[in-house]
Design a protein around this ligand. Structure first.
Ligand code: G16
Length: 543
């Protein structure tokens, strides 16, 4: 017999979801009532009785235990059915796809994305809506408000469900369907891309390195690249997901995917390199001897997507987050399609995708995706790049050079200053915001400021307004600086400074990005007084 227990609890401070769900140190999540309070608050807000949800996570430490708790709570709250990835594993894009494919009432994804995993590292939970996308701010705020008044939660007293093998189980009155985490996602990719053409390039000796950083993408990459497309054995490295990601920091950028960068810049470099993050929604692509910035990647994908079968009808529009470079806007203008600038956070793309206004979206934070799901999708971006390489029969370097020659180049970089004392970061932003009105007209590093503001966004579909989404300083020569505090960190504050400078060409398209941006970087430090406020004169991570 199974029995529903109502447990008395009390609000726990700080359960406010950030850019993408609630992310905290693992011991915090494992603390008494912590996970339970957040899950009950979620069910209280979105409803649970009679509903069907998808559940899965990136396999990090505590993923398996948390899944059993969430299942018991879903059963106690009257859910009809939960579809779970085998081993409680689902990449974030695969979870989004399963929600849409099965027409469920949403899903719960356990992940702290690119943050390290382990007993002392990070854990996270987020709710995705029936459209497959992250809950919008109105819903996450309601969940947070609920956590501040919660007094009890419900849990079924039962043994663990066997999530180790595919099949149907019963948990009290609730059905639990354990599914292959890879199969449906791989079929979706096969429907979008020209697999025979990709098979042909691998058969012809095209060499690739795919670094899954010991995180969730491993099994997806193995199945698609090595098993279905016939890439050489050993193409996929770090392909076994581990609870602590093998000690790696599964953030696919030049700093943390250093081994891949070294290989791609070595004499024996393969033709194409790629990496993905903890939960499989981010990607980095690298050519032989050339790094592709995420902003450029978005622009190249938008300009060439029609070469893949899934996008041969063309794009409806392109959306990017505000701090992402304007390179994609130039492509949208040339194609005569819509362009959109949203706040940081994939959730802001959902309405544009649902309304059919945008087909491809992307962010500087190594995220690209399309309307095939409602999350960014690392492997999708990598496969679209492969499809473009297969059709154009050019190297990554040649494709980038062609692109810049046609559109000009938006030199771009992001400088992160991590684990700053929150009070110091807040003081810096208060001073910066206070100075905005006086900035236009001022000349810094020889560049004249034309405008300065705090980005506010009105969603063109539902009219919702999001304020204070990042401080922008724009210059007469098209350069731009953006300052934001990260909403995904779990320790102190992370200051992100986004730097951009446009070169129309034909000269000056081949500079090192940091050198091309040097005056903009100096201006960014001077305008915000970064060193004076935070004590930091150099960034911790440069992407
Ligand atoms: C999340 C969001 C992205 C955002 C990124 C960084 O990605 O879904 O939209 O760009 O965080 O956000 P922040 O600058 O606030 O740290 P992920 O991959 O962490 O889920």
């Amino acid at each position: 017999m199974t029995q529903i227990t109502t447990v008395t609890t009390a609000p726990i401070a700080g359960q406010k979801p950030g850019t993408s769900g609630l992310r905290k140190k693992t011991p915090v999540f494992m603390g008494r009532h912590y996970l339970e309070n957040f899950i009950q608050a979620t069910f209280d807000v979105v409803g649970c009785a009679g509903k069907t949800f998808v559940l899965g996570g990136d396999g990090r430490y505590f993923n398996d235990r948390a899944a059993q708790v969430i299942l018991r709570m879903a059963a106690a709250n009257g859910a009809a059915r939960v579809i779970v990835g085998q081993g409680a594993i689902l990449s974030t894009p695969a979870a989004s796809h399963l929600i849409r494919l099965n027409g469920t009432d949403g899903g719960i994804i356990m992940s702290a994305s690119h943050n390290p995993g382990g007993p002392e590292e990070d854990f996270g939970v987020k709710f995705n809506m029936p459209n497959g996308g992250p809950a919008p701010e109105g819903v996450t705020e309601a969940i947070y408000q609920r956590t501040t008044v919660i007094t009890e939660y419900k849990v079924l007293e039962a043994q663990d469900v066997d999530l180790g093998s595919v099949g149907r189980h019963q948990l009290g009155a609730m059905v639990v369907d354990v599914v292959d985490p890879v199969a449906d996602y791989a079929a979706l990719m096969e429907s979008l891309f020209d697999f025979p053409a990709l098979k042909a390039i691998f058969a012809g000796g095209f060499r690739m390195r795919m670094d899954s950083m010991c995180a969730v993408t491993g099994p997806y990459a193995m199945e698609i690249l090595e098993n279905r497309l016939g890439a050489a054995k050993g193409t996929c490295v770090n392909a076994t997901p581990l609870p602590d990601f093998g000690g790696m920091h599964p953030d696919p950028n030049p700093t943390w995917a250093e081994a891949l960068m070294d290989e791609m810049f070595s004499a024996a470099a393969p033709d194409f390199g790629a990496a993905s993050d903890g939960d499989g929604d981010r990607n980095m692509v690298v050519g032989r001897g050339i790094y592709v910035s995420p902003s450029d990647s978005l622009a190249v994908l938008a300009a060439n997507a029609h070469l893949a079968p899934g996008y041969k009808a063309g794009l409806k529009g392109v959306a990017r987050s505000m701090p992402t470079s304007a390179a994609a806007d130039r492509v949208a203008d040339a194609l005569g399609i819509g362009k959109y600038e949203t706040p940081t956070g994939w959730k802001f793309f959902g309405n544009l995708l649902d309304a059919g206004r945008a087909t491809i979206c992307g962010e500087e934070s190594f995220g690209t995706g399309s309307d095939h799901v409602r999350e960014k999708d690392g492997l999708w971006a990598i496969l679209l790049w492969l499809n473009i390489l297969a059709v154009r029969k050019q190297s990554v370097a040649e494709i980038l050079q062609d692109h810049w020659a046609k559109y000009g180049r938006n030199y771009y970089s992001r400088h992160d200053f991590e684990a700053i004392e929150t009070a110091k970061a807040d003081a810096m932003f208060a001073a910066l915001r206070g100075s905005l009105a006086n900035l236009p007209g001022r000349v810094v590093e020889g560049m004249t400021i034309t405008a300065a503001d705090d980005f506010a966004y009105t969603d063109p579909v539902d009219g919702s307004v999001s304020m204070k989404q990042g401080v922008r300083v724009m210059f007469a020569d098209g350069s731009r600086i953006v300052y934001r505090l990260s909403g995904t960190g779990t320790e102190g504050a992370t200051l992100r400074v986004y730097l951009e400078r446009y070169a129309a060409g034909p000269d000056g398209l081949d500079l090192d990005a940091q050198k091309a941006l040097a005056p903009v970087i100096r201006a960014a430090h001077a305008l915000a007084g970064i060193a004076a406020h935070t004590g930091r004169s150099a960034p911790d991570v440069v992407t």
